[in-house]
Write a protein that binds this ligand. Structure first.
Ligand SMILES: CC(C)(COP(=O)(O)OP(=O)(O)OC[C@H]1O[C@@H](n2cnc3c(N)ncnc32)[C@H](O)[C@@H]1OP(=O)(O)O)[C@@H](O)C(=O)NCCC(=O)NCCS
Length: 181
């Protein structure tokens, strides 16, 4: 297993990140209902906005990743505009997310931190890399305060952040804002 910092991100690597997200994000999270193609577009947007792309490889396979950048602004809007059909289809199939999306569309919550974790996922079945390894790599690169927002139902991720010294900075709709100095 090898952790690479800011490797050249090919469409294949982006696709692998999207597949990992689809497989390992909590199933009650709206994004895990989207197609891998739509998620690939999401990760393209995330990558464009990232200052740090930290990817764990096992051979060619992506077994974990962390993207961090100074802003999440525009990522969601761009993804919706580029994948309107898939988004509408997914919302029609799962109407319980419709109200939530209408209220949060284009709402951007700025954290007080310099950098923000835009996404982190590890392959929890293979256990080749741990989330903490990716987080430590980020801390070594970006020696500043780091923030993020996480769905309040994602207890596993919230505990992970608490174990690693993050504290609650605020709330925004269904999300907790966390930060670490
Ligand atoms: C959130 C996430 C990145 C955390 O990564 P992780 O590798 O599971 O977490 P850790 O790095 O803390 O795990 C390291 C070890 O701590 C262990 N651990 C788990 N709970 C623990 C606890 N309460 N106390 C101490 N150790 C614990 C794990 O079993 C693991 O041990 P192992 O290496 O022997 O298997 C990962 O669970 C994930 O990808 N989740 C899905 C995507 C997601 O929700 N992302 C966050 C969105 S904001």
């Amino acid at each position: 297993m090898q952790i690479k910092i800011n490797p050249t991100l090919t469409p294949d690597i982006i696709f692998r990140c999207a597949s990992l997200h689809k497989s390992f994000f909590p199933k009650d999270h709206f994004s895990s209902l989207l197609s891998v193609n739509t998620l690939s577009c999401y990760y393209n947007c995330i990558f464009e906005q990232s200052n740090y792309s930290i990817i764990a490889f096992d051979g060619d396979e992506v077994v974990g990743f962390l993207f961090a950048g100074s802003s999440y602004r525009g990522i969601q809007k761009k993804m919706i505009l580029n994948n309107t059909f898939d988004m509408i289809l997914t919302l029609l199939k799962h109407p319980k997310y419709l109200i939530e999306k209408l209220f949060t569309y284009n709402k951007y919550v700025k954290t007080t931190s310099d950098y923000r974790i835009l996404s982190i996922v590890v392959n929890n079945h293979k256990r080749k890399v741990r989330g903490v390894d990716l987080l430590k790599t980020l801390f070594m690169q970006a020696n500043t305060n780091i923030g993020l927002s996480v769905n309040y139902k994602n207890i596993n991720a919230i505990n992970f952040y608490f174990r690693n010294g993050f504290i609650v900075d605020g709330f925004s709709g269904k999300n907790l804002l966390l930060s670490k100095c």
